[in-house]
Design a protein around this ligand. Structure first.
Ligand code: DX5
Ligand code: ZN
Length: 208
């Protein structure tokens, strides 16, 4: 299981702390991008992001936005490994998938806790990653929604050629429930203490 670290909950010295985080033993840097419309909070704009991040680790962009095309155009410039957008946006999903592919970037499709796996089955052959939200998108530090485990099981049973990522409420306890996923997004658990030690503790839990 790979770790994608979210810096959403870092409060102070963001740039320095992101720099430190990306030197730790993580696999991806997870960028939580919110527009104040799709979710009520708003995060950084692209110029701020360009100033804040570095490229020590591959980027995993999670767009919680309504105007998806505008953000894809902006974030493709960072050459991320994945751009993930939400199934719940009011757009033609297949068109958005193809739009991201044109930039030669891997496509992720995210689903909120109330969205059923059945709804996204038609898109699975065309995407690289499915992001199962295990909290309502919008903020860090929330509690893991236990039903997410059933969604992971359902996805595993489909045996498709896509990665499974989970996002929200992952910590030293909940990580044991999700051993089947390919990528776990971990935010406040890591950034609420000594990053290096927290990452080590979660990896020990995964690999024993
Ligand atoms: C929530 C974000 C998550 C979140 C993860 O909307 O998509 O990436 O920051 O943070 P924790 O691990 O604190 O739930
Ligand atoms: Zn996220």
């Amino acid at each position: 299981m790979k770790i994608s670290a979210s810096f959403l909950s870092i409060k102070d010295n963001l740039k320095e702390n992101i720099n430190y985080l990306t030197k730790c033993d993580i696999d991806y840097l997870h960028l939580d991008i919110m527009d104040g419309i799709f979710v009520k909070n708003k995060t950084w704009d692209i110029l701020e992001i360009k100033n804040l991040i570095n490229y020590n680790k591959p980027l995993d962009v999670h767009l919680m936005v309504s105007d998806v095309y505008k953000y894809i155009d902006e974030y493709q410039e960072l050459k991320p490994e994945f751009i993930t957008f939400h199934y719940e946006v009011d757009l033609d999903i297949m068109e958005v998938i193809n739009y991201i592919k044109k930039y030669n970037i891997k496509v992720g499709l995210a689903i909120k806790p109330n969205t059923k796996i059945n709804e996204i089955i038609p898109y699975l052959p065309f995407i690289d990653l499915i992001l199962v939200m295990s909290v309502e998108p919008g903020e860090g530090g929330q509690q893991f929604i236990i039903d997410s485990i059933n969604k992971i099981k359902e996805l595993k049973e489909l045996k498709g050629d896509f990665l499974i990522e989970i996002d929200g409420g992952i910590n030293i306890d909940t990580v044991s429930l999700i051993s089947d996923v390919d990528i776990a997004v971990v935010g406040s658990y890591i950034t609420s203490g000594n990053y290096e030690e927290k990452i080590k503790s979660i990896k020990e839990k995964i690999y024993g």
